[in-house]
Design a protein around this ligand. Structure first.
Ligand code: DGJ
Length: 753
């Protein structure tokens, strides 16, 4: 097994993490025993000395470290900056000491190396077998307390990825308060970058924005109790000339579902500091003697092959080392979700009819969404009362589930475990279990309140209720929803001095419940959801098999949402459904084919009243499901490439290439029609240059199958206009593509060239 961590030993050692795909170098600074960041980027060879990387101007206006005349943290690239020194930029850690001061100094003590990585019982993190990765733990001590700080760096063998996290131990006699603990910080030596991030709102998630950096501080964060629809816990710094296919990109993705901070600070010397972690705003963690605090992980992906290269690192590492892979299904299930077909209006008979037809059409799974429990005929009650509504389902969930399973199709059920309505026995017995101050306003969201998951009794109660249902019936799938943010944060359970811990403890409680469900029902398939993509983050994906990424099911809107989300998340995790027309969110009408062609590049499912479909549409759905099943493995295990951005043009395109380059599938989507328009070509990516590919357009009758070489398809591209030479009649009689139009091409290497 080749070495990935290179250490130049000595009193002031240097550390070089490299796997031939990236290099990450820092060392111990002689004058202060602190860590100095030296390099992060394309792989370079290990050397026995990195002093040549030190750049240190002495600037007249700087404050200088005690007894030195050249050392100011302000002009040293920091590896893990603290508060209260000569560095006036935002730190990664801030500790409040018993004296009331916040001045820290973290000195290097030593290091530990291990194969694979350590795990955590508290929160989700990437896996790593002993062969897959190596970990370096740098031990720091606080000069002013008995706090010990461990910086964990895991480098993976196969991907250009380093994962970082921090653990703080209080080994002293006095308690400390952590005011800020970010998972990582890095100083880049210049600011010649553009910043790329994902923003949005409910039904408009993961939209892409790319802007040049400005001097000063820019950040994206959540204060909502969930990673949120507004900003995804991801950012990338990219060189100005970086495109989808070439140039450098540094991606940062936080494995966290709660309040986060992603921050970029460009200082007056053009040094760019990137830091990421739990949002320090309103965070105040009381660390008692003997206690430890673990930050969530940040996954750092490096690419010299553009944004697609960066995304592919994230996709591969998340598919291999993060996602829960055990499922009751042989392949990704095609599901029918009942929500947009029924909302709250259904009974057992209706469900059984829908399930039977879904079986006949080839679905794998029938999902009963909201409305099956308590007395929930609208969104104004019953959350937290997880008992079947016998008016709607007289024989109970067990009988419904087994009737559906008997049809030869799996059954799944919706829960919103973190919420409570006031009309429930739980609220009657424990009004103090909701988050909010008893003497102050407590706002509702969708008529519901958030359960205080910082309280283990609350988590235990919901676990009991859920296990009753899950243990009593054949339920193979859970949709885990969460439909409001946390406002008026106050816990009746936590002590006065712990109120600043509520948001993080809440998320730890959510992880705890997910973990218990996972352990009790290991094979259950979980789709996480938070009013769509309000909590689409790597931490949720650790427990889940997929995530419902938006309540907006409109095919055109989905192009942007799926395109943006693919910056970080594999398409195999993107819950995507063919839904009714006119679309319920925007009223748009698109063809069944177009809706299928968009959903195909996701998990693929349906969310419409199949009973109302015409015979012709039913037949089309049957064929669409067959088609997805045929290409599912390619779609979900291949390399995804973005080709044409819906944020820039009326023509969107993306493709997936199998790892062995023998197959590919390309989706092209037109969202705007124009008269007398220019010729359209789409340059493909990722193909084997010297291979001949047969080019088949799906859902399209064609007399002959064209053959094109990989180099030709990548250099010249797919030619979307037809050649009508000698076919004037056909040209004038041709059907116009129209506003919403899509084409999917399948490429397969031709055996005998
Ligand atoms: C929000 C989800 O995103 C929807 O898919 C649906 O499950 C509703 N909640 C149910 O209330």
């Amino acid at each position: 097994m080749s070495q990935m961590i290179f250490i130049n030993e000595g009193q002031y050692p240097s550390f070089h993490l490299t796997n031939g795909k990236l290099s990450y170098i820092f060392h111990v600074l002689e004058s202060t025993q602190t860590l100095e960041q030296l390099y992060y980027g394309a792989a370079i060879k290990p050397r026995d000395n990195y002093d040549y990387l030190i750049e240190r101007e002495v600037r007249p206006s700087n404050n200088l470290y005690q007894d030195t005349h050249t050392t100011s943290f302000e002009h040293i690239k920091q590896e893990f900056p603290v508060y209260g020194t000569t560095d006036f930029r935002y730190p990664a850690i801030e500790i409040a000491y018993p004296d009331g001061d916040h001045i820290s100094h973290l000195s290097y003590v030593g290091y530990t190396q291990l194969s694979g990585k350590q795990t955590s019982n508290l929160q989700p993190m990437l896996r790593a077998g002993e062969e897959d990765a190596a970990t370096l733990i740098i031990h720091l001590k606080d000069n002013y307390s008995q706090a010990a700080i461990d910086l964990h760096y895991t480098i993976y063998r196969e991907q250009a990825v380093i994962v970082r996290r921090v653990v703080v131990h209080n080994r002293g006699e006095e308690s400390l308060r952590l005011k800020r603990l970010l998972s990582m910080s890095i100083d880049f030596p210049h600011d010649d970058f553009e910043l790329l991030h994902l923003y949005g709102a409910w039904a408009r998630e993961t939209h892409l924005e790319r802007k040049p950096l400005i001097k000063g501080v820019q950040n994206f964060s959540s204060t909502r109790g969930a990673s949120s629809h507004a900003h995804n816990p991801f950012l990338a710094l990219v060189a100005p000339n970086t495109s989808e296919h070439q140039g450098e990109a540094f991606g940062f993705s936080l494995v966290y579902s709660g309040n986060f901070l992603s921050q970029i600070e460009v200082d007056t010397y053009h040094v760019t500091r990137v830091s990421m972690g739990i949002n320090p705003f309103q965070f105040d963690w009381y660390l008692d003697t003997g206690e430890s605090f673990e930050s969530p992980e940040v996954v750092m992906a490096y690419s010299s092959k553009g944004l697609n290269g960066m995304s592919q690192q994230f996709h591969d590492i998340y598919r291999q080392q993060l996602l829960h892979n055990e499922t009751p299904f042989e392949k990704a299930p095609v599901l029918l979700n009942s929500w947009e077909a029924n909302y709250f209006d259904f009974d057992e008979k209706k469900l059984l009819e829908q399930a039977q037809l879904s079986k006949d059409l080839g679905f794998d799974l029938f999902v009963l969404d909201d409305g099956w429990f308590g007395k929930r005929d609208s969104d104004n009650g019953s959350l937290g009362n997880w008992t079947t509504d016998l008016d709607k389902i007289p024989q109970g969930i067990r009988s419904l589930a087994s009737n559906i399973q008997a049809m030869g199709i799996h059954f799944g059920l919706w829960f919103e475990p973190e919420m409570l309505s006031v009309d429930t026995p739980v609220y009657q017995a424990h009004p103090e279990w909701i988050i909010g101050h008893p003497n102050k306003n407590i706002s509702h969201g969708r008529n519901q309140f958030v359960l205080d998951f910082s309280n283990p009794d609350v988590v235990a109660n919901i676990f009991e209720q859920m296990s009753q249902i899950l243990g009593s019936a054949e339920i193979d799938y859970i949709k885990w929803d969460m439909n409001r943010y946390i406002s008026e944060p106050f816990s009746n359970f936590l002590k006065k001095h712990q109120q600043g811990e509520l948001f993080h403890r809440y998320i730890l409680g959510v992880y705890d419940l997910l973990d218990r469900i996972r352990k009790a029902f290991p094979a259950v398939f979980i789709e996480t959801c938070a009013g769509g993509g309000g909590r689409y983050d790597p931490a949720m994906l650790f427990y889940a098999n997929q995530n419902w990424i938006s309540d907006d099911t409109d095919a055109i809107e989905r192009l942007k949402i799926q395109y943006g989300a693919s910056m970080v998340y594999p398409i195999s995790t993107m819950g995507s459904h063919v839904s009714e027309i006119p679309n319920h969110q925007v009223g748009r009408i698109t063809s069944l084919k177009m809706r299928k062609d968009v959903a195909l590049f996701g998990t693929f499912g349906y969310e419409l009243d199949i009973m109302k479909l015409s015979d012709a549409d039913r037949e089309e759905v049957r064929q669409q499901i067959n088609q997805f099943n045929q290409y599912q493995s390619l779609l979900h295990h291949g390399d995804f490439y973005r080709l044409n951005s819906p944020f820039e043009a009326g023509l969107t395109a993306w493709m997936v290439v199998s790892k062995d380059q023998s197959e590919a599938i390309v989706g092209v989507y037109q969202s705007q029609a124009s008269a007398n328009s220019a010729y359209e070509r789409i340059q493909l990516a990722g193909l084997a240059s010297d291979q001949a590919y047969e080019l088949l357009e799906l859902d399209h009758e064609s007399k002959d199958i064209p053959v094109r070489y990989g180099d030709d398809l990548m250099a010249i591209g797919l030619i979307l206009n037809e050649n009508f030479t000698g076919r004037a009649d056909e040209y004038w009689g041709r059907e116009k593509a129209g506003e919403y139009h899509s084409r999917v091409f399948y490429l397969k290497t031709k055996k005998d060239k």
